[in-house]
Design a protein around this ligand. Structure first.
Ligand SMILES: CCCCC/C=C\CCCC/C=C/C(=O)SCCNC(=O)CCNC(=O)[C@H](O)C(C)(C)COP(=O)(O)OP(=O)(O)OC[C@H]1O[C@@H](n2cnc3c(N)ncnc32)[C@H](O)[C@@H]1OP(=O)(O)O
Length: 308
């Protein structure tokens, strides 16, 4: 028992931020064994935090709450994406964790999507590396065998919406100011095929086509109407609803649910895995176009003006 806990704890030890997805060891430092074991046995919660992600795992329920914490808008830069993938992988291999609630620590924002500054004014190698990190985040989240619930406590455009779409269930706060959707065309860019595939899976072909072409951002109630989210609840009920839904999902045997989830998601995952390198090459050649760089720069200027 103690040995298992020690290994789990080692798996969950804080990794330095900005690390890579390389495997990490499970060797324990001998001098720390007793105190760590005692600490673990007396506590049902484990927490760890990186620069942009915090995780709290409740060992009694087997549910982790993962929060994005990159103010002002949780835009997804390379470091956050990498930390996200590492933390999710750590939870994935932790036997004590069966479900993850994904939410934001930043008021009024779930995530503003990909950090546009990562896609502007950099070189091709950077864009390639960045896109690989975006793919990795998605493969880990969409491919997770755990129950994943998005507790959307703020606006969630583009890449933020993709994260929510990749979860098993979406709960959004009932606030007209919050919007969610894949608005890429409004930036003058195209959502890649796997963004398109996932929104189509969730809301159906007709709604996805309209939504993607027009780069639509929906209020919570409109998002519910088209099935982009599963539930709209009062702002102060988002977390408790997420916990209640999670408890319901976790009443099912993991084995049956996981195989079913995998059956449903495997074709989309395989499509990206098979075309991963081509997708990176495509992204780099697309994003380095002068016209695309100009569109993104203009969009950033517009955002900055609006903020003043
Ligand atoms: C043919 C083949 C095609 C292949 C295609 C391949 C690839 C291309 C596709 C790439 C996919 C892209 C996905 C994305 O996620 S792109 C990002 C899209 N995101 C957005 O459009 C959201 C923009 N932001 C907002 O709408 C708002 O900021 C907000 C999230 C609603 C929050 O509003 P508010 O609270 O009023 O905050 P501010 O607008 O004042 O923003 C505060 C500061 O944050 C900066 N900001 C905002 N969003 C981003 C972002 N996504 N990236 C970087 N920075 C961002 C904003 O400029 C403000 O900065 P300042 O304080 O310095 O002025």
């Amino acid at each position: 028992m103690i040995a298992t806990l020690l290994i789990q704890h080692e798996k969950l030890e804080q990794l330095p931020s900005g690390g890579t997805l390389s495997p990490y060891g499970v060797h324990q430092k001998h001098g720390q064994i007793t105190s760590q074991a005692l600490q673990l046995l007396s506590s049902q919660r484990r927490q760890f935090s990186n620069t942009y992600i915090s995780v709290k795992l409740d060992e009694t329920s087997g549910v982790a709450v993962m929060k994005l914490k990159r103010p002002p808008v949780n835009s997804l830069n390379m470091e956050l994406l990498t930390e996200f993938a590492i933390n999710l992988e750590k939870l994935e291999i932790d036997r004590g964790c069966r479900g993850v609630i994904l939410t934001s620590a930043v008021p009024r924002i779930f995530s503003a999507g990909l950090d546009i500054t990562e896609m502007c004014g950099k070189n091709a190698d950077h864009y390639g590396e960045f896109w690989r990190a975006v793919q990795e985040m998605w493969l880990k989240l969409y491919g997770s065998s755990m129950v994943t619930i998005a507790a959307i406590n703020g606006s969630s455009p583009a890449g933020g919406c993709l994260m929510a779409l990749s979860c098993d269930y979406r709960i959004i706060a009932n606030n007209k100011k919050y919007t969610i959707g894949l608005n890429e065309t409004q930036l003058g860019i195209v959502a890649p095929f796997w963004f398109k595939d996932i929104i189509t899976e969730v809301i159906g072909h007709r709604a996805a086509e309209r939504s993607l072409q027009l780069g639509m951002l929906y209020s919570p109630t409109d998002a519910l109407k088209i099935g982009l989210v599963d539930e709209v609840v009062a702002e102060d009920k988002v977390q408790s609803t997420a916990s209640a839904v999670m408890a319901q999902w976790l009443t099912l045997p993991d084995h049956a649910r996981q195989i079913t989830k995998s059956m449903m998601r495997k074709p989309s995952l395989d499509r990206l895995v098979t075309h991963r390198e081509a997708d990176i090459t495509n992204f780099v050649s697309y994003i380095t176009r002068d016209s695309i760089q100009k569109s993104l720069q203009m969009y950033m200027e517009m955002l900055k003006k609006k903020g003043r």
